[in-house]
Write a protein that binds this ligand. Structure first.
Ligand SMILES: Nc1ncnc2c1ncn2[C@@H]1O[C@H](COP(=O)(O)OP(=O)(O)OP(=O)(O)O)[C@@H](O)[C@H]1O
Length: 284
């Protein structure tokens, strides 16, 4: 069953357009949402959550249209925005008492078990929480109201490597029973290499590709060639860099002729992002 189905969603701002964005997330999986600064990740997330109005297209969550069933669906969605400072002078306890009233399926036992697990003291003020603790607090809230879809905007940014790893383990554990799905945006591609099942890559408001992680990277090749070989592939490269040995460049796997004697490897997510960004710079 699909947890999230984004269907041809478009949104136009004065200087930016999100164009016919489509991707699907199966129940029980983690999807990483990647793209350069300003590519449209946060805008897409806000459209999914019905925080801004869609110009055309549709978002379905567990088979229901978010615009038509917002109140009902918000009961089963948990979200966290990495950089939002909310009610920072309140204590955790005070804030939770307000928030929990919105949720029909709120479970105090679950809540306190997550507070213990995440080592969160409910008498602490929000302003006293570290970035990682804030993300964990948001997760504790979401899980205590029975969220089935977690939508997280850069939840790992600002965390040290240990805290990130700890959070990624929690994500994997959450989806392991097949009931919860997670969509999270990030710039930290190594996080996705560790824990994402699917990758959706957005560039300039358009989805470049959305696929299972291994399939995603395997659809590209990173070429390492000599200077005189560049002309053999130049037209088909997404972008390339020259170096003292020759060149390195990214190409769609289907565009690469293995008969050419150019060294070709499957790139990392980071290399894919870098070469796509370089394409922008080369052709602007
Ligand atoms: N309310 C708005 N009105 C006009 N333009 C907007 C509005 N909100 C966002 N934009 C523009 O839409 C573009 C995409 O922004 P968005 O925040 O979705 O990118 P992002 O991929 O999340 O970037 P980042 O990684 O930097 O957070 C940007 O050019 C931004 O300036």
């Amino acid at each position: 069953m699909l947890s999230l189905d984004v269907k041809q969603v478009s949104k136009k701002y004065d200087t930016f357009e999100l164009k016919e964005v489509s991707f699907q997330l199966e129940k029980g999986y983690i999807m990483g949402f990647i793209g350069a600064n300003g590519a449209g990740k946060t805008t897409t997330i806000k459209l999914i959550l019905n925080m801004i109005r869609i110009d055309s297209g549709e978002v379905q969550i567990l088979g229901k249209n978010i615009a038509e069933h917002e109140l009902e669906l918000k009961q089963i969605i948990g979200c966290a925005f990495g950089d939002v400072e909310f009610y920072s002078r309140s204590k955790i306890k005070t804030l939770t008492d307000v928030i929990k009233r919105f949720y029909k399926n709120w479970n105090d036992d679950t809540y306190y078990s997550y507070l213990r697990r995440f080592k969160l003291d409910e008498n602490k003020k929000i302003s006293q929480l570290s970035t990682g603790m804030k993300v964990k607090y948001n997760l504790a809230l979401a899980l205590s109201h029975g969220a089935k879809l977690l939508i997280l905007d850069e939840p790992t940014s600002g965390l040290d490597p240990v805290a990130r790893d700890n959070l990624l383990e929690i994500f994997q554990e959450l989806v392991s029973e097949g009931e919860i799905s997670i969509l999270f945006s990030t710039h930290i591609t190594t996080d996705l290499e560790k824990c994402a099942d699917f990758i959706t890559f957005i560039e300039n408001g358009r989805i470049v590709k959305s696929a299972e992680k291994e399939e995603f990277v395997a659809s590209y090749r990173l070429l390492n060639g000599k200077e005189n070989q560049l002309n053999e592939v130049k037209d088909k490269l997404i972008s390339y860099k020259k170096n003292s040995f020759g060149f390195t460049g990214l190409i769609h796997a289907e565009d690469f002729d293995p008969g050419l004697e150019i060294n070709a490897v499957i790139p990392s997510l980071e290399e894919i992002m870098i070469y796509f960004a370089k394409k922008e710079a080369m052709y602007v």
